[in-house]
Write a protein that binds this ligand. Structure first.
Ligand code: PEP
Length: 249
């Protein structure tokens, strides 16, 4: 049985007091759920978020990390640093990191290896741009992003990966892939995983959809058989909306 996961990516939003306020709102909304629930505050608020959510069923995850363990990388945060405060999951390869911080399949492969070497689970993001979809290249683009960054992993390492399909044209734009487009892509992803790692591994990997998931469309998207949850940006900044999405399962 695949895990259902709903993860809120707060991006570069919320200082300390806003983090505390949003977490206190989230706590009021927590219900028993079939889905694993995660939030990803910025680095400066991770520790506070951990302290506040110690007793609760919300995992605190990081939005990014460097691949090196330490050294002369001004402004960066290492896997060991995340581990030292209790982080067990990191988001890697978000399209904003790829677009604004020059992250490539090659640098992401190194980050994936570093996370797994530190026993940190990875939510690996990828997705095509609008021009790719318009020219019918979406499967080729997504397939190569996955192969280049992940297919060097052995089966056991791969089992620690959660995938997040995020068509770039749907992130923060208010436009979503239709539930059918999401399902088609997720089924394609599962097929290439089955070809590489076998159908048992492919059947067990959670594949999340991200791109303007809101309370009013979550149920239809999550209702598709190969969609195992969501990576939520804008709607994760309001506790009520976020939990309406979690409860869509
Ligand atoms: C995201 O940042 O991963 C995302 C999906 O954002 P939004 O939900 O705002 O489109």
């Amino acid at each position: 049985m695949r895990k259902h996961i709903v993860a809120g990516n707060w991006k570069m939003n919320n200082g300390l007091s806003q983090t505390q306020a949003l977490i206190s709102d989230l706590k009021k909304q927590i219900r028993t759920s079939d889905a694993e629930v995660m939030i990803a505050p910025s680095f400066t608020n991770l520790w506070q978020a951990f302290q506040s959510l110690r007793q609760d069923d919300i995992e605190v995850v990081a939005q990014n990390m460097h691949f090196a363990e330490n050294g002369a990388y001004t402004g960066e945060v290492s896997p060991g640093m995340l581990k030292s405060i209790g982080v067990q999951t990191v988001i890697l390869g978000h399209s904003e990191r790829r677009a604004y911080f020059n992250e490539t399949d090659e640098s992401l492969a190194k980050k994936v290896d570093a996370a797994l070497a530190n026993d940190i689970r990875v939510i690996f993001c990828f997705g095509e741009e609008l021009a790719d979809r318009k020219s019918g290249k979406e499967e080729a683009v997504v397939g190569s992003q996955i192969k280049n960054a992940l297919f060097h992993l052995g089966v056991n390492a791969f089992k620690k990966i959660v995938l997040a399909y995020e068509p770039v044209w749907a992130i923060g734009t208010g436009e979503t892939a239709s539930p059918e487009q999401a399902q088609d892509m997720h089924a394609f992803i599962r097929k290439i995983l089955a070809d590489k790692y076998g159908s048992e591994v492919a059947d067990n990997v959670s594949i999340l959809y991200g791109g303007s998931v809101k309370p009013n469309n979550a149920q239809e998207i999550f209702g598709k058989p190969d969609v195992d949850g969501g990576l939520i940006g804008g709607a994760s900044l309001k506790a009520e909306d976020f939990f309406a999405i979690v409860n869509a399962f």
